[in-house]
Design a protein around this ligand. Structure first.
Ligand code: NMX
Ligand code: MLT
Length: 468
């Protein structure tokens, strides 16, 4: 079966089902077709087909050109240069992300939820990213259970984190915890013993599932250590992945648990070229195991132009409130935006390397806010920024995308439910991003993707080349 065909069939079925309610059963029928197998056996079945597909693509079309590489691209952070294979998701500059062919609203409609009409369960998205198929609720529940069974963190991990100063940045503590988890890598053990390359994906799968399972525990340990006097909350065996993460952080409001499910789902994957995904993929291409690769990815996510922007947005919004009050007028907001720009800083939460329209991840968080916190003053401020910031960025004349990205909205939602510590926000992004990076990493090994090693040149080389 071809992945995108399954996804586009679902898309068609869904849109027809919306128009003709009687067809809703067809979507369920499609889902039931996949219910008999577990995740590992589904992958085992899919891998040979996809290996053949890649082989054919390469032998039939290996020499087809995908575009020209210009000096601008080399000097401009490789923007617009197609250079990576990434199966789990694809980003359209106008429409935004699709996970295995499904948009965010489609995932919200099709992926199983904790309660009827609720937000998608991130385990369902993991299943979708890995197999290209929408799982049944039964399959998702069994994956939730499997993740809970794998969620035991060795004691030395806590001790390693405890060796850091309590005020070390949460991302430093989190990435350190992930490095400490690495000692349990099945891939590393198998490689040391000697494993045939056709089998690499199996210990990669094991490591990936264990890593994904253990991340919320490490992440909530960092949070409770830093902000709640080290009082750790154990996992609740009756809860799913996102619900449990909120619970272990200390949030049992069902709406916050729903937010966490949505948050983890939408931050998981954004095709392969973003800094964290690309870093994870690059490091893994050296056959570094999933723990090593994901720790590297986290260090990229911790940069302010990437994942740390979610922290920067809330701190910036709070500084607006500090200076102008919660009910800041649009005129004062404009002045504040100009002040930020004139001091040589970026307006966090706006702009994107690929997107050229409002990020659908922003839109779905806005819909969540309209449903759950329409009167929140910070949500109103975020809504006003949507009107105020883009015209100013356009006036600069150089910003390619003046619209808000995912980070423009997440902080006010978390803040509303009591997760007010902005410096922690990127850790939440990190837990989620593991799902996308690990899903692709399993496919990297299954498809036998090679060491990544692009060619670099000097300015002198470029000058000489351009004179020719
Ligand atoms: N505020 C001020 N200036 C901006 C902004 C912004 N929000 N966005 C772009 N620019 C500037 C950019 O700094 C560059 O200036 P210069 O030529 O002087 O270096 C110019 O506009 C052209 O940049 P673009 O080609 O539009 O954007 P690029 O692809 O280089 O960068 C971002 C993309 C996301 C790094 C950039 O838009 C930005 O810094 N945004 C604010 C930080 C942010 O929200 N990051 C989160 C991205 C999403 N995520 O989660 O990772
Ligand atoms: C992401 O989610 O990784 C960001 O939107 C950045 C990107 O896609 O480049």
């Amino acid at each position: 079966m071809v992945f995108h065909k399954g996804a586009s069939l679902l898309t068609k079925l869904r849109s027809r089902a919306v128009q003709q309610p009687g067809l809703r059963n067809s979507v369920r029928w499609f889902q039931v077709q996949t219910s008999s197998e577990d995740l590992h056996s589904q992958l085992k079945e899919l891998i040979p087909e996809q290996q053949e597909r890649l082989k054919k693509l390469r032998s039939e079309h290996g020499k087809v050109q995908l575009g020209n590489i210009t000096v601008d691209m080399v000097l401009g952070g490789m923007r617009g240069m197609t250079g990576l294979l990434w199966e789990t998701s694809l980003l359209d500059p106008e429409e935004g992300i699709r996970f295995r062919g499904l948009s965010i609203p489609e995932c919200q409609n099709l992926l199983p939820a904790a309660k009827s009409g609720g937000e998608p369960l991130p385990e369902g998205l993991l299943w979708l990213l890995l197999t290209g198929k929408v799982p049944t609720k039964e399959q998702v529940d069994s994956l939730s259970k499997e993740l809970r069974n794998r969620a035991t963190v060795p004691d030395h991990v806590y001790k390693t984190i405890d060796a850091l100063p309590i005020d070390a940045h949460p991302m430093t503590q989190f990435a350190t915890g992930v490095m400490a988890l690495q000692v349990q890598s099945e891939f590393q053990k198998a490689y040391e013993k000697g494993i045939h390359k056709s089998k690499y994906w199996e210990p990669t799968f094991e490591d990936s599932l264990s890593l994904i399972a253990q991340l919320p525990i490490v992440a909530s340990y960092v949070y409770r250590r830093m902000y709640k006097n080290g009082q750790v909350i154990p996992m609740d065996d009756s809860l799913d992945y996102g619900g449990n993460f909120a619970h272990m952080l200390g949030f049992d409001d069902p709406a916050m648990q729903e937010l966490m499910r949505l948050y983890v789902t939408i931050h998981s994957d954004h095709e392969g070229g973003n800094v964290s995904a690309h870093t994870g993929h690059l490091v893994a291409s050296a056959l570094s195991d999933p723990y090593l690769s994901f720790a590297a990815a986290l260090n990229g996510l911790a940069g302010p132009l990437h994942g740390l922007a979610n922290q920067e947005v809330l701190l910036w919004i709070k500084s607006v409130v500090g200076e102008c009050g919660e009910n800041v007028s649009k005129e004062d907001l404009q002045k504040y935006v100009w002040k930020t720009l004139n001091s040589g800083k970026v307006v966090p939460g706006f702009g994107h390397g690929v997107l050229r329209k409002t990020d659908p991840r922003y839109t779905c968080q806005r819909e969540f806010a309209l449903k759950h916190l329409p009167e929140d003053p910070l949500f109103k401020l975020v809504s006003n920024l949507y009107e105020v910031v883009p015209p100013i960025l356009l006036e600069l004349g150089k910003v390619k995308n003046p619209w808000p990205n995912v980070d423009a909205h997440s902080g006010v939602l978390l803040n509303y439910y009591g997760l007010t510590e902005a410096r922690y926000y990127t850790v939440l992004f990190g837990v989620s991003r593991a799902i996308g990076i690990c899903a692709q990493l399993i496919w990297d090994r299954a498809l036998g993707l090679p060491l990544e090693r692009p060619k670099s040149v000097t300015m002198e080389w470029l000058e000489k080349h351009c004179k020719k």
